[in-house]
Design a protein around this ligand. Sequence first.
Ligand SMILES: *Cc1c(COP(=O)(O)O)cnc(C)c1O
Length: 409
Amino acid sequence: MKTVGLDISAIRKEFPTLSRKVNGKPLIYFDNGATAQKPSSVIDRIDQYYRNENANIHRGVHTLSQEATSAYEEARITIQRYLNAKYEHEIIFTKGTTDGINLVAFSFGEMLNEGDEIIISAMEHHSNIVPWQMLCERKKCVLKIIPMDNTGELKLEELDKLLSERTKLVSVTHISNSLGTINDIKTIITKAHNAGAKVLIDGAQSVQHLKVDVQELDCDFYAFSGHKIFGPTGVGVLYGKEEILNEMPPFQGGGDMIKEVTLEKTTYNTLPHKFEAGTPNIVGGIALGTAFEFLNELDMGAVNQYEQELLNYATKQLSKIEGIKFYGQAKNKTSVVSFLIDGTHPYDVGTLLDKLGIAVRTGHHCTQPVMQFYDIPGTIRASFAFYNTFEEVDQMISALERIIPMLKD
Ligand SMILES: *Cc1c(COP(=O)(O)O)cnc(C)c1O
């Protein structure tokens, strides 16, 4: 029961990079967790914008500026609808996940007091750790950690003990980029809300795999990057509930985020502009809208099922390799396999796979605490997208079978 409702070879044709060669071999791109390839529609949209439409937005009476403004604002609406946000002004354009989390850490963080508590988890990406450590230092707040177990699942029963009346925010990843764990964020959100805390979800690994509905989740913030969901780099989204965003002070000051400026005092613009100081990545926002239109045409249920089959197949085939050890064996996982092979160094395996045209990630994947938890320097990570195939998995397995004996002697 493969490829239900998905025509993989037709989909692959939409992604020009997938037909190139690397080191004389057809590229096998298994580094989707780091960034995804772009469909022609996104690439063409960027090209068209700079060829025909380039102008600054929100400030011109001339035709080009008005066209660019409506294209940018239409992209915001496309994203709002896709995520089922209540209002379009709850969609804040950012530079990416890191930028979105830093926005909340700074701005929401301004409203915190000494002794207030923030909870993150043991499997966070550095971008969902460091901004909170910086905030805790700045505001003398306390950072608490939801622990995880050996399979790479969060110990959610511990969350009840960590939550207190001082907890102001729980910030956790929806899906772990290094282990593939899909966290039970519904439960986390309910528990946090019951304790009176707000919740930020790091969605950097989610929108490309799962259908996300922010109202159904009832999260207060949801941050992700355009480049991991088939859009451009340098653009992302922070969703926030209107009520909370309205309470929060601006993050950066400058053009576009103001209502009126005098040399003595400034009043701020309404949402979303309050959080979008300066000329944004206009073409990035527009082309991110195009990436969402691409996602709109896919059946995300079928995508998810196909990726699960790829994951199961890859896991089964890899487990036949002698001395392999998997990291991240949560019951609920997305299409990421992280592993090590006895007697080999991940970096060497990655380098030799590249010689055969196969792109995987090696290292700590910006989750050093996860590597410290397992007491390893890093892993080899293959992360699949819906344009990957079973044949590509087979090729990686035979490549590994060739490589391992070379590294072991
Ligand atoms: C990639 C990633 C980030 C950071 O995204 P940027 O695009 O680098 O800002 C944060 N969290 C997770 C889980 C990620 O995978």
